[in-house]
Each structure stands twice: as structure tokens, then as C-alpha cells.
Design a binder for this molecule. Structure first.
Ligand SMILES: Nc1ncnc2c1ncn2[C@@H]1O[C@H](COP(=O)(O)OP(=O)(O)OP(=O)(O)O)[C@@H](O)[C@H]1O
Length: 297
């Protein structure tokens, strides 16, 4: 009897990762995202979102037993069904050559999934007569998204690659992702700075700051923070609850970090100080201190 596919969960257990130059990537991240969830990764530039997504995709080697995607280590198993769409995908040169959309979609297996292919062509408003050397950036991006999504992934790791889509197309695309999670066993983790049309989209939120997760959980519960009416951001109006929450997070994170020139994430256990601001190179710190907040003195 064929065994049941594992549920598409995304879990990390005290995940800490340092880059080859020994600088901190992410520190002590523990998450458990259930099947069929749609999670937004939120954080300022440099918070560690891409690093985390690449680790989850098995593109970087995490310490043993710190990541499980659909129950297994993504680096060791090279998982079928896990799709990561990030910058490398966008930069792939073939989508700038004189090649037609139909050929491109065929090259990624489109003919094996004709219904999904046609649905994506419609949702992303793609003209199958386009030739890729003669389309706009947004049109190219739509084709790239269709290429990446045709095969029925079970875990989709999306690093903001919808920036070129117009607002309507992005809304259609987000609606399609939602329907996917509602109609089959699949899970989405999406890092983005663009909150348009996302107010009621996420089931879970993960708030990242300086390589750590400051908070995560069900979106509805985290959004309650906004309802207290306190801590309002002056001069900013018309945001969704999600927009308001994220603005508060980023404002407080920035305050906590201090000026960028005074904070650089150095090798684990070390913090860099800017000599121009009174620091003198490297100073040893405990891991706890290094990850708890701004490392300037
Ligand atoms: N290969 C690398 N080696 C050393 N440091 C790196 C490397 N890649 C990224 N970093 C650093 O790690 C930190 C986190 O980067 P990351 O790309 O994960 O942030 P992010 O949250 O995705 O940011 P953004 O919103 O700007 O895309 C940054 O400070 C970055 O400079």
C-alpha cells in the first residue's frame, strides 16, 4: 500500500546559523507552522528573512536536527514538493531570451499539469503569445511565477518576488495562493514588505529582528495587539490592522537597534563597534548579549 505523504509542516528547533564568514545569520529560532497555514515573515531589511527561508529550503546547511520540513531535514533529503522562489529564480537569464511563453511553461513541466498551467495563465493574466525578450518587467515576473508554481508544491517558500506586479494582479495571485491552501494539503511561508491586500490573508505571523524571532503565532491573536488603541503611530492613518501592527514592530525594532552605523552583526559572540562612533574593533560578548539587542556600547 502506498504510504500517505507527510503533512506539510515547517518546524525549527533552536535553529542557529552563522555564515561562512562567521557572522550571525539567525539565532535560536523555534517555530512550528501547521499544514495549510499561510505565514508572513515580517521584519526590517536585514532581519534574517531570506536567510531563514534559504535554510528552510535546504539551500544552506543548518546544524543537525534544527529544521524539519514535512517531517524531514530539507538539506539532507532535497525535498520533492518544496518550492523556493527567491532572487536566484528572478535572475535566471533564460526568461530574458527570445523564447515564447508556451515553450517556457512546457520546459518546467506545464504539459503534465494542464489545468494548473491554464489556471495560472489566467490568474496571472499572461498572454501566451508573449516572447520573453519583448515583455515588461511585471509581465516577465508573472511568467516566472507561473513557471515556479505549476508543479503542485506542498511547501512554498516565497521571498518577495511580487514587487513588479500591479496591485490587481498581486491580489489575484494572493487569492490563488489562499485557495491552494484551502483546497489541498499545502503550506506557504512568504517574506514580504508589501502589505497591500494582505490584511486577512495570513493565518500566522513571524516577527523577525536582527536574526531572531521576536514573536510568532496565529495572526488573529497577534493582531489583537492593535485593537487596544494604545501606542498609536502619529500621523499614520488608513492602515489595516496588519499594517498598523507591522509599523509598530518596525518602529520599536529600529529604536531597539539604534543607528545602523553603531550596530553590525559580527561573528557569533562578537559585536562590531564603529570606530568613528567611539568603538575600537571587536569586543567579546556572550551569545545572549549578542542576540538580545543592539550590540553597541
Ligand atoms: N552570505 C552572507 N554572508 C554574511 N552575511 C550575510 C550573507 N547574506 C546575508 N548576510 C547578512 O545577514 C543579514 C540578514 O540578511 P537577510 O538577507 O536574511 O535579511 P532579510 O530580512 O531578508 O532582508 P531584506 O528585507 O532586505 O531582504 C543581513 O545583515 C545581511 O547583511
Amino acid at each position: 500500500m502506498a504510504s500517505q505523504p507527510a503533512p506539510p509542516t515547517v518546524e525549527t528547533f533552536n535553529l542557529t546559523y552563522s555564515f561562512p564568514d562567521r557572522s550571525n545569520g539567525v539565532s535560536d529560532i523555534t517555530l512550528s507552522l501547521p499544514p495549510r497555514s499561510r505565514t508572513l515573515l515580517i521584519g526590517a531589511n536585514g532581519a534574517g528573512k531570506t536567510t531563514l527561508l534559504r535554510l528552510l529550503a535546504g539551500k544552506r546547511l543548518a546544524p543537525a536536527n534544527t529544521i524539519k520540513v514535512s517531517g524531514v531535514d530539507p538539506f539532507k533529503e532535497g525535498l520533492e514538493g518544496v518550492t523556493y522562489l527567491g532572487l536566484e529564480w528572478v535572475l535566471n537569464a533564460i526568461v530574458r531570451t527570445d523564447i515564447g511563453v508556451v515553450e517556457l511553461l512546457r520546459s518546467v513541466g506545464g504539459d503534465a499539469y494542464p489545468e494548473r498551467r491554464d489556471e495560472l495563465v489566467s490568474v496571472l493574466d499572461i498572454d501566451t503569445n508573449w516572447r520573453m525578450h519583448a515583455v515588461s518587467d511585471g509581465e516577465r515576473r508573472r511568467v516566472q511565477l507561473a513557471m515556479g508554481l505549476i508543479r503542485p508544491w506542498t511547501v512554498l517558500l516565497l521571498d518577495e518576488i511580487t514587487v513588479d506586479l500591479d496591485v490587481w494582479s498581486r491580489a489575484q495571485f494572493l487569492g490563488w495562493l489562499r485557495r491552494e491552501t484551502e483546497t489541498r494539503e499545502c503550506t506557504v511561508v512568504y517574506a514580504t514588505h508589501i502589505l497591500d491586500n494582505l490584511a486577512s490573508w495570513p493565518t500566522h505571523l513571524v516577527h523577525m529582528h536582527l536574526g531572531t524571532v521576536k514573536g510568532w503565532g496565529k495572526a488573529e491573536e497577534m493582531l489583537k495587539e492593535v485593537e487596544d488603541g494604545k501606542n498609536v503611530i502619529e500621523g499614520v492613518t488608513g492602515n489595516s490592522r496588519l499594517g498598523e501592527l507591522v509599523l509598530r514592530w518596525l518602529r520599536d525594532d529600529l529604536k531597539e537597534r539604534g543607528p545602523r552605523s553603531q550596530h553590525r552583526r559580527g561573528p557569533e559572540g562578537l559585536s562590531y563597534n564603529s570606530p568613528g562612533l567611539g568603538g575600537y574593533g571587536l569586543e567579546a560578548k556572550t551569545n545572549q548579549q549578542a542576540t538580545d539587542g543592539p550590540s553597541c556600547n
